[in-house]
Design a protein around this ligand. Structure first.
Ligand code: GLN
Ligand code: ZN
Length: 765
């Protein structure tokens, strides 16, 4: 028979229960015992969902109170001394690493947290020392949770992050210079000990995740797999069977590593992302090895296309036989919302198209039956085929007008009328900006009052006119403050925006929104991305009313503010039936119309934010990455190039590591870039001189994530440093990012100092 398996289940619960429990615990409103009990309740509930759905192989140790990589840091006693020396309870030490700890005389910052592959989940980086040692924690979590499930009558397959990935995803602590992978021989014995303990507890098999296998790997990382997995396989029947899991890419380019896994039970591959790797992978498997075929998407919200999955599974079964094939989710379901059942407001038609974690688990179980005995799940297969067909034929997914418009896009539409120099000379006379112009990134404080009014409006408690009046007053306030501050390019402050993507999605066709579809971003932070379901178009202007009003009451140039096409795409759940480049171009065309409308209405500085441009970069160098950069850059240019030379296009990025990305940024041809730079070394700006970057740049001069108001002198120093790398006529003066999370008094204080510093330099030149 073909078995079904799930690689991991979301942790947060139906109603963000885990977030609420963690935050209540941090706020002193929940005891430690209550917090741990809530964790246990969630684990049991999630195991039961999978068991009831008929899943054969159910994961354990996929739960984490904060992050699963952080769990492993504690599991291997690899906690830096600055935390252990605080002698906190294990759970408090754990949270201290995840989010910092500032209580009872203890003050330690968090460990570094970064994006998990190309997802929007963030993991805590293993942070290792020159004299690093590892040992197995007392009462190891994977064993404890395996026994907890067993006691509830569910035999699970524990999930571990593999030794090579754990080290390869880690880094040397500050003050250390260790190359993490050189610690392998110290770490592997701890895995061996853990695997023995799991076997002794009754675990017959484990899933060991080695997702780094989808990267281009340095030889030292490649070479680490052999010793690690030989030691693990040498356990034989003293340890559980091992399935090595990879996801978010293909492993074909790393086939030379596969001999390292000659003696493990099986390999899991992601066949949603890379179905074409199936045939080559089948050829690589040993005579008794099994294939775990990831056919149910762990990264998206779409109902599985059973016919397509069954085709892949049958290919595997034909080669290996049913007993050597496992049907699985492509990755952990961590990246999907909990259950579709919570969504009461979706259009009925669209509701049928989705599958969240609870529903995907059922799909896995159905598919396992369908490959060997389709008759037993005939009704399910028919229903699935009917929805797949309905979706592909729906008027929502296909808008001929959008397709026509896309077909009429010409290469010229991606280019401004003139090169930068010619544009700039017109902008200079038109906008009359001083040297070192000052501006902000868009948003001003989203006060409690703004949230209250928006809520009332959403609930229908106040009229559209009353809400509009309120927004106008907020804009008036933002403008009078900018008058006082004497900034050079104004913004309206974005008081009307709930979120930088959702706001636009709500004004475009092709989007739908959920009420409960939260996914974990990091720790207790969850996001609820809008969903792109169909062809995108703009029925009416989206931001003109607010920008036009703001311009009418201000005496300086008003900057219009839009979220770029790539960011709108990346921070939504995209469609899986058309290529992302197509969706991005549709967004670009909608934004192009908006940009032109802003210009028609007297807005001659327009900023198109693309903070997500970099995170979309494919994981491996080469053709896929080049193709992404091509369409991502083209989309930005298509959105922005429709204006006159005298109109100035700005773009904004929340990072400054442009070294390997510089050419893409330069290719955007934006007149002005603002980038986050206050916490980075100004040396990162060197690339702009080295590459003779001609256009203008505003590297953030202060950190907006902190309530701190830097002194004028600090601003001057920062600007002085920047002037080592940028020409005076090239430099704009602005904060790192939008100011929506700050208080007004902090904003006024910091911007007063910022403007004074700019004026000081203006006098020097
Ligand atoms: N214009 C947006 C703002 O100021 C930019 C936000 C962002 O870069 N994440 O809020
Ligand atoms: Zn930003």
């Amino acid at each position: 028979m073909v078995q079904s398996s799930v690689l991991g289940f979301p942790r947060i619960g139906v109603l963000r229960d885990l977030k609420k429990a963690n935050e209540a615990y941090w706020g002193g409103k929940l005891s430690q015992a209550e917090l741990l009990a809530e964790g246990k309740r969630l684990r049991l509930a999630h195991w039961k969902i999978q068991k009831d759905a008929g899943v054969d192989i159910i994961p354990s140790n996929d739960f984490a109170h904060y992050d699963h990589v952080l769990d492993h840091i504690q599991l291997f006693n690899a906690v830096p001394e600055r935390y252990t020396s605080q002698k906190l309870d294990p759970i408090d030490e754990y949270f201290a690493m995840g989010r910092g700890h500032q209580k009872g005389g203890v003050d330690v910052p968090a460990l570094e947290m970064v994006k998990w592959f190309d997802s929007n989940y963030h993991y805590v980086k293993p942070t290792l020392q020159d004299n690093q040692t590892f040992s197995l924690a007392k009462d190891p979590k994977p064993v404890r949770e395996f026994l907890e499930a067993k006691e509830a009558g569910i035999v699970t397959r524990p999930v571990l992050v593999g030794p090579v990935s754990f080290l390869a995803l880690g880094k040397a602590d500050r003050g250390s210079s260790v190359n993490p992978i050189t610690l392998l021989d110290k770490l592997v014995p701890v895995y061996v000990e853990l695997l023995k303990a799991l076997k002794a507890a009754g675990a017959e098999s484990v899933q060991i995740d080695e997702p780094v296998l989808v990267f281009d790997l340095a030889p030292e990382i490649k070479n680490a797999f052999k010793p690690a997995y030989e030691a693990i396989s040498a356990l034989g029947s003293a340890g559980p069977e091992v399935v090595v899991a990879t996801y978010f890419g293909d492993i074909v380019h790393n086939f030379d590593i596969l001999p390292a896994f000659a003696n493990v039970k099986g390999i899991h591959v992601d066949l949603v992302r890379n179905p074409e790797q199936l045939e080559p992978v089948l050829k690589q498997l040993g005579p008794t090895q099994i294939l775990s075929a990831g056919v149910v998407d762990g990264r998206n919200i779409w109902k599985n296309n059973f016919a397509k999955s069954i085709e892949l599974l049958q290919t595997a079964v034909k080669t290996l036989g049913a007993d050597r094939v496992i049907v699985a989710t492509s990755s952990s379901l961590l990246h999907t919302p909990h259950t579709l059942a919570s969504e009461k407001k979706l259009p009925a038609e669209v509701y049928e198209w989705f599958s969240f974690a609870v529903e995907k688990v059922k799909e896995v179980a159905i598919l396992a039956k369908a490959v060997v005995d389709p008759e037993s799940v005939k009704a399910e297969l028919e229903a699935n085929a009917a929805t797949v067909k309905a979706r592909s034929e729906s008027a929502r997914t296909n808008d001929p007008k959008v397709k026509e418009r896309q077909a009429s896009v010409t290469p010229e539409m991606h280019n401004r009328k003139s090169p930068f120099d010619a544009r700039y000379s017109q902008q200079k006379t038109h906008l009359k900006l001083p040297l070192f112009p000052t501006t902000t990134i868009g948003s001003f404080p989203q006060t409690q009052e703004i949230r209250v009014q928006r809520n009332k409006f959403t609930k229908g408690e106040i009229s559209a006119e009353a809400y509009d009046d309120f927004i106008k007053k907020e804009i008036d306030l933002a403008i009078s403050i900018q008058d006082e501050l004497d900034l050079d390019v104004y913004v309206h402050g974005e008081p009307e925006r709930n979120d930088m993507v959702q706001y636009f999605g709500e004004r475009l066709t092709g989007y739908v929104f959920t009420t409960h579809a939260w996914v974990q971003s990091y720790g207790s932070r969850c996001v609820r991305p809008p969903i792109i379901v169909g062809d995108i178009s703009r029925p009416a202007p989206m931001t003109v009313k607010e920008s036009k009003y703001a311009a009418s009451v201000s005496k300086k140039p008003m900057k219009g503010m839009l979220t770029g096409p790539v960011t709108c795409l990346r921070w939504s759940f995209p469609r899986n039936d058309v290529h992302q480049s197509v969706q991005c171009q549709q967004l670009a065309l909608a934004l192009r119309d908006e940009v032109i409308d802003l210009e028609k209405n007297g807005i001659f500085v327009i900023q198109v934010d693309e903070p997500a441009l970099r995170e979309g970069l494919p994981l491996r160098k080469g053709s896929e990455r080049d193709a992404y950069l091509q369409w991502a850059v083209d989309s930005f240019k298509l959105a922005t190039a429709g204006v006159e030379d005298s109109t100035q296009i700005h773009s904004h990025f929340c990072y400054s590591e442009f070294q390997d990305f510089f050419h893409a940024i330069a290719a955007l041809d934006a007149d002005v870039l603002s980038i986050e730079n206050s916490k980075s070394d100004a040396k990162l700006l060197k690339v702009f001189i080295d590459e003779s970057y001609p256009r203008h740049i505003g590297p953030g001069v202060y950190d907006i994530h902190s309530p701190r108001v830097p002194a004028e002198e600090e601003f001057k120093q920062r600007i002085q440093e920047m002037l080592q790398f940028l020409r005076p006529d090239q430099l704009w003066i602005n904060p790192d990012c939008g100011l929506k999370t700050r208080q007004w008094d902090e904003v006024k204080g910091a911007l007063t100092h910022m403007v004074n510093a700019a004026k000081y330099f203006r006098e020097q030149y």
